[in-house]
Design a protein around this ligand. Sequence first.
Ligand SMILES: C=C(O[C@@H]1C=C(C(=O)O)C=C[C@H]1O)C(=O)O
Length: 276
Amino acid sequence: MVPRVGHIAFLNVLPLTYALAHGAAEGLDILRAVPAQLNDRLEAKHLDVSGVSSITYAHHADDLLILPDVCIASDGDVRSVLLVSRVPAEEIGAQRVVLSDKSASSHVLLKIILHRLYDAAPMYEVRPLTPDDPVPDGAAASMFIGDDALELYHHAPRGIYIYDLAREWKRLTGLRMVFGIWAAARSFAATHPAALHMVHERIAGAFRDWERVKDAAIGEVLADGRFTRTELTEYLGHAVVWQLDAETLEGLRCFYRYAAEDGFIRRAPAIEMASV
Ligand SMILES: C=C(O[C@@H]1C=C(C(=O)O)C=C[C@H]1O)C(=O)O
């Protein structure tokens, strides 16, 4: 049996991208896609294990288990999850806000932040977005994630207000924000424990190896000229946090609690980890 594994096609998981390109993909069937697509594929049982949005687990906790040790989080500024606005956030009110169609967790995060910190209740619309046209006509603001957001962070258009949503979350809660997790289908975990162990070890091992390979890994992605070495070094392992430890789990529990309180999920799920 060849495990079907979803891989997030963003720089925020470069340690794993690098490992997969250097041997760790052997014996795995890898699907590379943005989080929203991987969420759908894991929910539809077309994948056995995947990097997904943390909010996906809250919607499907009966079918999924969280993999221990690894996640995509930040402790304050993350740089790649942004509200990009024509007006200060205090003035968004009931105007239109466009949400990136690549995301799911950050939709809920933005709604929590705008509701709790800025007393706003916008009309939300999910659409594809591009950094060339950061706030489409007719909208007051938009929300970007991933490499496009990181590009806007480093090349903010004139006259546009940029809010780092992980910084806003830290201001609201004092906690870390967990955007992404790795989840396994419960049915796969029950029937293929050895394969699950192998997949988890490949993923966790990639992040353990990061210090050793990071200069080479960053070197490989510099060629497209989108980011500098300094930008990527600061982003990977400083802004982005990959350890799913007790402190990070506290942030995840709080995210689920607020999401439930504000009506975006039915209830905060108990966090159940896969045994690997
Ligand atoms: C920090 C990030 O976290 C991501 C944001 C996600 C979401 O909003 O659903 C899901 C997975 C992560 O890749 C990012 O993409 O920049």
